[in-house]
Structures are given as C-alpha cells and as structure tokens.
Design a protein around this ligand. Structure first.
Ligand code: NAP
Length: 283
C-alpha cells in the first residue's frame, strides 16, 4: 500500500476527548452545554442517526434531548417548537433531523433555527458566514474533512483541490473551506465533461457523490490526498465509499477509509459545534 491512511476513527476519538475536557471546564463555570434534537416521522435511518447523536453527546458530557414527533405533525407546530427552543437559554444547539415529511418545507424549518444555535451549519446565515470568512457554524461533514487534512499537517496554500459533488451540505461548503485555506478549487458535478482530466491535476480530491467507484486509480495523480465522503453499499451489502479504495491506495499519498474515515469525523464535529455554541453563549 503506497498511501498512508487518515484514520478518522482515531482522530474523532481524540476530538471527543478534547470536547470532554472543554465541556468539563464549561460545567465548572456552571454552564451545561445542551443539544436539542428534533425528529419528525419514523424514518429508520434517521432513528439510528439521532440515537448516535444523543449517545455521542452524553458520552462527552453534553446534555442531549431527542424529541420525536409523528409524521402528521403540522409544520406550524414544528416552527413554534423551534422558536421556543431558540428562546431557551439552557439549549445551545438545535438540530432538526432531515429528511422531514413531504408536507414540510425543510428550508423554512432550517431557517427558523436561530443561527446562534445552528449546529448543523445548514442555515443560510451559516453558509453566508462561511462564504465571507466570518465566525459561524460549519457543516459537520466538510468541517471533519478539513480536520483530517489538518491532522496530517497538509498545507493547502496554492494546492489544487478538486471537490466532486456540489450539495449545499457537503460539496459547496467543502469548496469554500478549501478556498479559505488558499487552495485553488475546482468543483465537479454530474455535468462535468471530463472528470478524469480534472482529478488528474488535483493535489487533493474530495469525493462526495454517493456512487461507488466514482474515483479510480487511473484518475489520481501519484501522491494526491484522497478524501472519501461517499456512503454506499457494496455487492456484499457492506458500507463503502465513492472511491475504489483498493486501487486508489496504490497511487495516492494519503487516503481516508470507509468505514472509519469521514463518518466518525462528521459525528465528532457535531459535538464540537454544540460545545462552541455553548462557549459562545457563555462569553
Ligand atoms: P447529493 O446531494 O446527492 O449530491 C451528490 C453530488 O454528486 C451532486 O452534486 C451531483 O451532481 C454529483 N454527481 C452525481 N453523479 C456524478 C458523477 N457521475 N460525476 C460527478 N459528480 C456527480 O449528495 P450529498 O448529500 O452531498 O452526499 C454525497 C455522498 O456523501 C452520499 O453518499 C452521502 O451518503 C455521503 N455523505 C456522507 C456523510 C458522512 O458523514 N460520511 C455525510 C454526508 C453525506 P449534480 O449537482 O449535478 O446533480
């Protein structure tokens, strides 16, 4: 194997330990950092994700509550509940688990969360703050990817980063974060004509597509850093990323695995954002 592994699981563990320490310090000042999670409906994947979020929080000393509502809940009712949480000084972070039932306007719901408590970083104010380089909450997945690059001491200045995927929660904020570190950034998507021509120029490749083998060894410059955000299932029904790991690891300089890469980092960064929300409120 030529590439070195960026171990997201180990790094996430380290970050959780830091969160625990900072949480203790805040508690000593009488502030209990708290996250309110809202789930509407009974999507099984959302049930698993929200359970993880509660467990991750309590394990690091954060308080977390999960409010579950039936899929028939009226949108107005949900908005009213969010407004109440916005006003509650004991709640520092608010997270509404997506997807929401079809009768709800997810954009309107997210925009109702106070930007000061938007620990998912999905609010337009959070996206705007990232765009103009002001303090705000960064979405957890790209934020976790940046931490992984930081962990290997990678200097992005002047490097060419190619981001495959342009979703509002991963691809676009990822590109902004890389740009903020003075990388030259190319964003690719489904209409990109020659993806390979782009990726072959890249010093850093972030794959955030949701399709297996979007990135294969012949598309990677030797020594490049490859970050795999994708979550797919392989023929055996096991979790895999967007990157052909077996092939690409022979060419890349650094690579993140799936599982054990971006996934645990995403979970860890929610804890960081929640803690930061509490620290900011306590200032
Ligand atoms: P998304 O909203 O579906 O976006 C996928 C992006 O990929 C779109 O921009 C799309 O282009 C682009 N795309 C599709 N086919 C392509 C192709 N053949 N070549 C180049 N680009 C292509 O997905 P997302 O929410 O960003 O998530 C992406 C992946 O990351 C999914 O597998 C998701 O499960 C995973 N994910 C993982 C974590 C984690 O914690 N590990 C967190 C979030 C997401 P268009 O815009 O042109 O349609």
């Amino acid at each position: 194997m030529a590439a070195k592994l960026i171990d997201g699981k180990a790094l996430a563990q380290q970050i959780r330990a830091e969160v625990s320490g900072r949480t203790q310090a805040l508690k000593a000042r009488g502030v209990q950092p708290a996250l309110a999670i809202i789930m509407v409906g009974d999507d099984p994947a959302s049930a698993v994700y929200t359970k993880h979020k509660v467990n991750d929080s309590t394990e690091t000393g954060l308080a977390a509550t999960l409010e579950r509502y039936p899929a028939t809940m009226a949108e107005n009712e949900l908005l009213a509940r969010i407004r109440t949480l916005n006003e509650d000084p004991a709640v520092h972070g608010i997270l509404v688990q997506l997807p929401l039932p079809k009768h709800m306007d997810a954009h309107k719901v997210i925009e109702t969360i106070s930007p000061a408590k938007d620990v998912d970083g999905f609010h337009v104010a959070s996206a705007g703050a990232l765009m103009v380089g002001q303090p705000g909450f960064w979405p957890c997945t790209p934020h976790g990817c940046m931490k992984m690059l930081e962990s290997i001491g990678y200097d992005l200045r002047g490097k060419h980063a190619v981001v495959i995927g342009r979703s509002n929660i991963v691809g676009k904020p990822m590109a902004m974060m890389l740009l903020g570190k003075n990388a030259t950034v190319t964003i690719c998507h489904s209409a990109t004509q020659d993806l390979k021509a782009m990726t072959l120029q890249a010093d850093v490749i972030v794959a955030a597509v949701g399709k297996r083998n979007v990135l294969t060894a012949d598309m990677v410059k030797p020594g490049a850093v490859v970050i795999d955000v994708g979550m797919n299932t392989n023929d055996e029904g096991k979790l895999c990323g967007d990157v052909d790991f077996a092939g690409v690891k022979e060419v890349a300089g650094w690579i993140t695995p799936v599982p054990g890469g971006v996934g645990p980092m995403t979970r860890a960064m929610l804890l960081v954002n929640t803690l930061e929300a509490a620290e900011r409120a306590a200032r």
